[in-house]
Design a protein around this ligand. Structure first.
Ligand code: M6R
Length: 363
């Protein structure tokens, strides 16, 4: 049942405020305490975290790396499961091994989990399907409560994965003395406001549809972002490739002049994801380098960022203001809707893109 939407993907994008609220209510008490099942994780006994996943779940891990390192000061290594499993990396004893998977059945992620079993201090999974193999075989499993995701393109699972991951980060930071009670309470209250902020972002649907209409004529598209917006750029490029079949690549903005800027001309739209944060000026200066080469920029930022930097850009998409830590969850919305509307404009099979399966149970 598509609930009145044209595609499951559209329905699942629209469900995000509700399911993120659900995920929060499962883990956060009324008093603002984060409760993990089965005794949770003792983050004071962990020296490092290894995160392993595939596809969109891998990008959720990349975001979590920024969060864990900046907020909880725990070193994190992230790898795609198909590389990790055959590299057979050494796993020091005080490692928390964390696996993220919507289906909980992805063959490479499951193999990586089995490799870590008995080596890592603890194996933890963040999954959507509680009865899945990855959930059953990990020491502790945290459901994301996104509900069934039908569209091959992962949308609500991604934002719910990020929601559960940020709760883990806050829990870790608090346990390790990197964050006091007051700061934790601030973050929890910001998280509680997130569903309504996402609703505001979803109201920009028409602007995103118009930008997507322009994108649909492109052969190649570049996505740029810095810091925790870099994984979002990767996610935007993957979504676009997956369902619209347009070649899209993402770069960390600072990498632009190390190669990809050679691709830029008036035929290559460049999507810049840049909330008005500490890295904004750096990203904008990369964006200006693109515009100086006639690149057509779609700038996604908040009102303040757009007021400062939208001169001369091709299109703008305005996101509401959100607490800095939460920008990756919010900016998933334009990543998803740009891809969705581009695919619709091209008439591709949005929910069932060619050559792809919802659950990749063979390697
Ligand atoms: O079920 P999983 O989360 O383990 O699946 C991982 C990837 O196959 C998945 O995220 C894939 O990249 C999506 N189709 C992306 O939209």
């Amino acid at each position: 049942d598509k609930g009145g939407h044209k595609h499951f993907m559209a329905k699942e994008i629209a469900e995000q405020p509700g399911v993120i609220g659900q995920a929060l209510s499962h883990y956060v008490t009324d008093a603002g305490e984060i409760i993990l099942p089965d005794g949770g994780v003792d983050f004071t006994k962990i020296d490092r975290i290894t995160m392993v996943a595939c596809g969109t779940a891998f990008y959720a891990c990349l975001v979590a790396k920024y969060w864990f390192e900046q907020v909880a000061r725990i070193p994190v290594e992230v790898d795609v499961a198909s590389e990790f499993r055959y590299r057979e990396p050494p796993i020091p004893a005080n490692t928390l091994a964390l696996f993220v998977s919507q289906s909980g059945e992805t063959a490479d992620t499951l193999a990586a989990l089995r490799y870590c079993d008995g080596k890592a201090q603890r194996t933890l999974s963040v999954i959507n399907v509680p009865e899945s193999s990855i959930a059953r075989e990990s020491d502790l499993s945290l459901p994301i409560y996104a509900g069934v995701e039908v569209g091959v393109a992962s949308t609500k699972a991604f934002t719910c994965q990020l929601t559960v991951l940020i709760l883990l980060v806050l829990k870790a930071a608090h346990a390790r003395g990197e964050m006091d009670d007051a700061k934790l309470a601030d973050h929890i209250s910001a998280l509680r406001g997130l569903p309504s902020i996402i609703n505001t972002a979803l109201e920009q649907n028409e602007t995103m549809r118009e930008a997507a209409f322009k994108l649909s004529a492109a052969r190649d598209v570049l996505f740029l972002g810095r810091g925790k917006m870099y994984p979002l750029a990767l996610e935007g490029a993957l979504k676009l490739k997956e369902i619209s079949y347009i070649h899209a690549e993402a770069y960390a903005s600072g990498e632009l002049k190390h190669g990809p800027i050679a691709l830029v001309d008036e035929d290559v739209p460049v999507i810049v994801m840049a909330p008005r944060d500490a890295l904004f000026d750096k990203t904008v200066s990369n964006m200006q380098e693109v515009m100086a080469r006639n690149g057509k920029v779609i700038l996604i930022s908040d009102a303040e960022g757009l007021a400062e930097a939208s001169n001369g850009v091709w299109s703008t998409i305005e996101m509401p203001k959100v607490a800095d830590l939460l920008t990756p969850i919010l900016y998933a919305i334009p990543a998803q809707l740009l891809a969705y509307h581009t695919a619709v404009a091209k008439g591709t099979d949005v929910d069932q893109p060619r050559n792809l399966a919802k659950s990749v149970t063979v390697e």
